[in-house]
Design a protein around this ligand. Structure first.
Ligand code: FNR
Length: 185
């Protein structure tokens, strides 16, 4: 029997009430048959220091994180924006799994970027800075649909679920990503 494809959902925030993490949880429930979507924790990852790799001092949390990334078949990055760019926690995670040199764990896998903001700008700056990093790492980043979610605080109902309109749009983007993964084999 064919194994399920595993897709990692990486939300670029450590905040307890993070909209990005809430969005990530909603995306996890949208996995179609034959797929498993799972949230990848970015907690406890020290800021990348090349000395860790060069002097055999790799933190246990890096070992576990790298193992998790290596086992995935694709990634959906959910990014908020910090000062018009990618939050440090997400960039740090991208950097950690890209090293040591020659062991880029993102290489050749499909990815998608969903950006969001509580304000009206939908983290456009972070979205495109992240795409730039992923292209450098040879992630096959899905082009369309572009997922920009503005006023994200208004997207959730009291139950914590996404409202039907946003949910419908995000589901379409997830379905397109799954087609992209299938197309790449
Ligand atoms: C922000 N925020 C923010 N928002 C935005 O739309 N553009 C920006 O450039 C910034 N810059 C920024 C810098 C820093 C240091 C912080 C802490 C916040 C606000 C940000 O969108 C808001 O805090 C989100 O709620 C963060 O995402 P999570 O934690 O809800 O996923």
């Amino acid at each position: 029997m064919k194994n399920k494809k595993m897709i990692g959902i990486l939300a670029g925030s450590l905040r307890k009430e993070s909209f990005s993490k809430k969005l990530g949880k909603a995306v996890v429930s949208m996995a179609p048959e034959g797929y498993e979507f799972r949230m990848i924790s970015l907690e406890d990852l020290p800021v990348y220091n090349q000395d860790f790799d060069d002097h055999d001092q790799v933190p246990d949390s890096y070992v576990a994180f790298r193992k998790e990334i290596a086992a995935l078949d694709g990634f959906i990055f959910i990014t908020p924006e910090h000062n018009r760019s990618i939050p440090a926690v997400l960039k740090n995670a991208v950097d950690i799994a890209s090293r040591p040199k020659g062991k880029n764990l993102w290489n050749g896998k499909p990815g998608a970027v969903f950006s969001n903001s509580p304000g009206p700008l939908s983290a456009f700056g972070a979205h495109h800075h992240l795409r730039q990093c992923l292209v450098c790492l040879n992630v096959y980043v899905q082009a369309q649909p572009e997922v920009y979610l503005a006023k994200i605080g208004e997207a959730f109902e009291e139950s914590g679920d996404l409202n039907p309109s946003v949910k419908g749009f995000v589901q379409k983007a997830v379905d397109a990503f799954v087609s992209w993964v299938e197309r790449l084999g």
